[in-house]
Design a binder for this molecule. Structure first.
Ligand SMILES: [Zn+2]
Length: 263
């Protein structure tokens, strides 16, 4: 397993330090208190600020952006940060919208990131469906990211992206051996669309991990906004009912604390 250090900034925002690379996922650094529209009459209020300020992060080699069109994955301060990052990888639609030389990937496409003297890293885009069946035209394109050393067999780190549990996500378990899985949870629902879910619940995470068998599973993106239905305590108490083999794979990161993941 590659040497991996993760710092959870808040929401889906994670600083990934791997093989000399410093990679940031879904940059969100706005102060709390503002309400953001997510389209179709849905909206949410940010209730927690970042645990690390953008200016305290140091140099970032690359940003992996699961989608650019929701403010809980890319906010105003996150957009400003993109300007000083040499490599940005996101969806093909998002790459066009960002209006810079961002790298757009379709699901299962691979990009090799190179920034000598660091060893190259392959990033494989993985499928996401950010809502109920047939919702894609409404909720837009989202991808996850599987990172592995060039030519390695195993995926060192997989970031699920905002997605429900559906065959596209389960296909990741069929294709890859994953060491560390970062799972976007929260079981998102909106009053206007009733019981429909837009991201995975902890039940989904447990089901996925039974198939995926990661060495470590790390929940993110479950708190800090008003639209999350399952926070840390709900996730933890649900995991308490799982057998040790499942429960012990899950690990919460303390916000703002660089954490070495040993597997
Ligand atoms: Zn989203």
């Amino acid at each position: 397993m590659a040497r991996l250090r993760l710092t959870h900034v808040g929401g889906p925002t994670l600083l990934v330090e791997i093989d000399g690379w410093r990679i940031l996922t879904d940059p969100t650094f706005d102060a709390p208190g503002k309400r953001y529209g997510f389209g179709l009459g849905t909206s949410s209020t940010k209730v927690a600020g970042p645990a690390v300020a953008a200016e305290d992060l140091g140099d970032i080699d690359a940003v992996l952006l699961t989608h650019d069109h929701h403010a809980d994955n890319l906010d105003d301060a996150g957009r400003e940060l993109l300007a000083r990052v040499p490599i940005v990888v996101t969806t093909t639609a998002g790459a066009v919208r960002l209006g810079r030389d961002a790298l757009g990937l379709e699901p299962w496409e691979v990009a090799r990131l190179e920034a000598a003297p660091r060893p190259p890293i392959d990033v494989v885009a993985t499928p996401c469906r950010h809502g109920p069946p047939l919702s894609k035209p409404l909720v837009g394109d989202v991808i996850g990211f599987a990172l592995r050393a060039a030519a390695a067999d195993r995926v060192a780190l997989w970031i699920s992206g905002d997605t429900v549990l559906y065959p596209g996500v389960r296909a990741v378990a069929d294709r890859f051996d994953v060491d560390v899985a970062v799972l976007h949870l929260g079981g998102v629902q909106f009053p206007i669309t009733g019981p429909l879910r837009y991201t995975m619940t902890v039940d989904d995470a447990v089901s996925l991990c039974r198939a995926l068998q990661p060495k470590v599973a790390i929940p993110v993106h479950y708190e800090g906004w008003s639209h999350f239905a399952e926070g840390r305590s709900a996730i933890a108490s649900r995991l308490d009912r799982e057998p040790t083999d499942v429960r012990e794979r899950f690990r919460f990161l303390d916000l703002g604390v660089p954490t070495t993941i040993d597997g």
